[in-house]
Design a protein around this ligand. Structure first.
Ligand code: FA5
Length: 348
């Protein structure tokens, strides 16, 4: 083997030596009695003087470099071995590792996903809308003009506007949406019927909290529009949904109600699964929990979305997702969802 190859081989072996014993063997392989470098060195004596001098110089340089590599590696190995000898650096690779606790979805997210899954099976698409809304979409377009007493029903967080932002058009004032219904208009402006959508989302109301009321909660809007859709279709879809969501345990009832954007309007109550209708704080001791508002889309809503009410009929509903989750998991206080208490959250 020529000197260049010997040097290359020595470098490779020295670098991969795992401990000082292995390194000693490598030293022997090159410098021991029959070591590769030692043999070449001893063969020098048989050469003529001039050649001996030239070759000797080259071999001695290689010898020096290899010895330096060995010394350097020896130093490194000593440090590692000393650290491993010291107890705190000892790594027992067979020791079972620490388990990293896995989180899981919030019960409200679980309920929302289950709801979406069911409505998707019934042919509805899932749509989103903005949480900061204009007065037009949240109220006017939904047939609730300014000064209409129905506005009081939705206590509103208005957003403060700077002087430059103050809109000349009053209905462009900004607010935190008080329901998911504005997305009905936003969607119908851009999409022609027939349509079937649901709109899950966060909403805000400036009101006092109790076991069934929060200032920040979630709704699930639904809208179905076609040339011939009736309240009977609505009842059928609702019954199917609640049956798929709860199994057969939950009873629902429809009560006449009033919303400016539906005519006729109804409210859906669900039998309280927490107290089994005996009366508790979650149902206000009534045995029934109001879960949704609904009705047939008002002609003025179609007009606001630039659709001709003579051509289209539809139903709309707004389910309180928190209340739905409360009934599903038998939670008696809505505020638990937002407390972040792990003793509560870990139960789901
Ligand atoms: C509405 O918000 C209407 N936009 C619903 C609607 C949609 C009617 C489409 C007709 C057509 P309401 O304010 O009743 O209606 O709220 C709907 C549901 O949200 C209630 O039935 C209830 O389940 C839930 N909800 C209302 N207020 C709160 C609150 N403060 N905390 C938790 N859930 C609430």
């Amino acid at each position: 083997m020529d000197l260049k190859s010997i040097k290359k081989k020595a470098k490779k072996e020295i670098e991969s030596a795992k401990d000082s014993v292995a390194l000693k063997h490598i030293f022997q392989d090159f410098f021991g009695k029959k070591g590769e470098i030692a043999v070449i060195l001893s063969s020098l004596k048989n050469l003529p003087q001039k050649e001996r001098k030239d070759k000797g110089k080259i071999i001695n340089e290689v010898k020096k470099e290899v010895l330096e590599m060995i010394a350097k590696k020896e130093n490194n190995l000593k440090k590692i071995e000393a650290a491993l000898d010291a107890k705190e650096e000892w790594i027992d690779i067979s020791f079972p590792s620490k388990k990293i606790p896995l989180g899981h979805l919030h019960p409200l997210t679980q309920a929302r996903r289950k709801t979406e899954e069911i409505f998707e099976k019934l042919g509805f698409s899932v749509i989103e809308g903005p949480q900061i809304e204009t007065e037009w979409y949240n109220f006017d377009a939904l047939n609730i003009p300014k000064d209409h007493p129905a506005r009081d029903r939705w206590d509103t967080f208005w957003l403060r506007e700077s002087e430059s932002q103050k809109s000349k058009v009053k209905s462009q004032r900004l607010l935190l949406r008080t329901h998911t219904s504005p997305v009905q208009i936003r969607y119908m402006e851009k999409n022609n019927p027939p349509l079937r959508i649901i709109v899950p989302g966060r909403i805000f109301r400036y009101e006092a909290t109790d076991a069934s009321h929060e200032i920040n909660f979630y709704q699930l809007e639904g809208l179905m529009v076609d040339s011939k859709v009736t309240l009977a279709d609505f009842k059928g879809v609702m019954e199917k949904f609640f049956q798929m969501f709860f199994g057969d345990e939950a009873k629902i009832r429809l009560r006449p109600s009033y919303f400016p954007f539906t005519e006729p309007s109804v409210e859906i109550d669900i039998s309280c699964r927490i107290c089994k209708q005996e009366g508790c704080s979650a149902c206000g001791r009534k045995g029934w929990v109001e879960i949704a508002g609904a009705g047939m889309v008002h002609p003025n809503v179609f007009k606001a979305a630039n659709l001709n009410p003579k051509n289209w009929q539809g139903f709309a509903f707004g389910i309180g997702l928190d209340r739905l989750a409360m009934m599903k998991y038998r939670i008696n206080d809505i505020r638990l969802f937002y407390g972040g208490d792990l003793r509560f959250l870990e139960q789901f």
